[in-house]
Design a protein around this ligand. Structure first.
Ligand code: PGA
Length: 257
């Protein structure tokens, strides 16, 4: 399908018990060992990171937190710092997921602060942005993406090499209704252009997220401005997640379409 190196990132959200997570991690580690270029990232819930890090030692599966604090330490009940994540072998964090923006009222400024704190500590960051349905219907998609990105660039417009953007239209998340390839291509191209012109980043990686499944992933990933996927529902299902890896790298995993 593609010779590019894709990231397939699983966001397990508040799903899976520890035993289920360990079993899924074992399956992913076995599959990932056969991959040549695709990077497999997984974000389980915080309490499971440490046991999973031990289980995945020596494997190529990379672990991430589902959020990260904007401060290094202090009186912040319920928050987890980048240093705490790094200490146990975690290498990335998801920041600004729409569930946190909507349900926990994290605003653009807070998401930007979390992102810069994590980048300062040398974590990779999956920085999530995307419009909701009313904004799309109102023709505001581009303005929303620009606003969300500008909040980050206001704090930091350099040292963004560990930044990965996830374009996740809110209406596509968990809805079974993925964005069309045309919508994805337009949004990703615009996001890359904003970072090119405002942050001198020639080609920021952009993942697509929102109802990615083995049925639509090949088409989505064949789009040249798609650098991978951030996957929720399909990432907690062993068959579906491993199928996504086969589709990402059919030449290594012997899958034919
Ligand atoms: P979904 O979730 O794949 O279940 O739509 C994606 C996400 O929330 O990152």
């Amino acid at each position: 399908m593609t010779a590019r190196s894709l990231i397939v990132a699983g966001n397990w959200k508040m799903n899976l018990g520890l035993a289920e997570g360990l079993a899924l991690a074992d399956a992913l580690a076995a599959k990932t060992a056969l991959l040549k270029s695709t990077r497999v990232w997984v974000a389980p819930s915080f309490p499971h990171l440490e046991p999973l890090a031990r289980r995945l030692q020596g494997s190529k599966v990379v672990l991430g937190g589902q959020n990260v604090s904007w401060e290094r330490k202090g009186a912040l009940t319920g928050e987890v710092s980048a240093a705490m994540l790094l200490e146990i072998g975690v290498q990335f964090a998801i920041v600004g997921h729409s569930e946190r923006r909507q349900l926990l009222h994290e605003d653009d400024a807070m998401v930007a602060r979390r992102t810069t704190a994590a980048l300062d500590q040398r974590l990779d960051v999956i920085f999530c942005i995307g419009e909701n349905l009313a904004q799309r219907d109102g023709g505001e998609t581009e303005a929303v993406l620009e606003r969300q990105i500008q909040a980050l660039l206001d704090l930091r417009s350099h040292g963004l090499t560990k930044l990965i953007v996830a374009y996740e239209p809110v209406w596509a998340i968990g809805s079974g209704r993925a964005a069309t390839v045309e919508i994805i291509a337009e949004a990703h191209a615009r996001i890359k252009e904003i970072f090119r012109s405002k942050a001198q980043l020639p080609d920021v990686p952009v993942l697509y997220g929102g109802s990615v499944t083995p049925d639509n992933f090949a088409e989505i990933a064949s789009c040249p401005v798609v650098d991978g996927a951030l996957v929720g529902g399909a990432s907690i299902d062993k068959e579906k997640f491993t199928k996504l890896l086969e589709l990402a790298e059919p030449q290594s995993l012997g899958h034919s379409r």
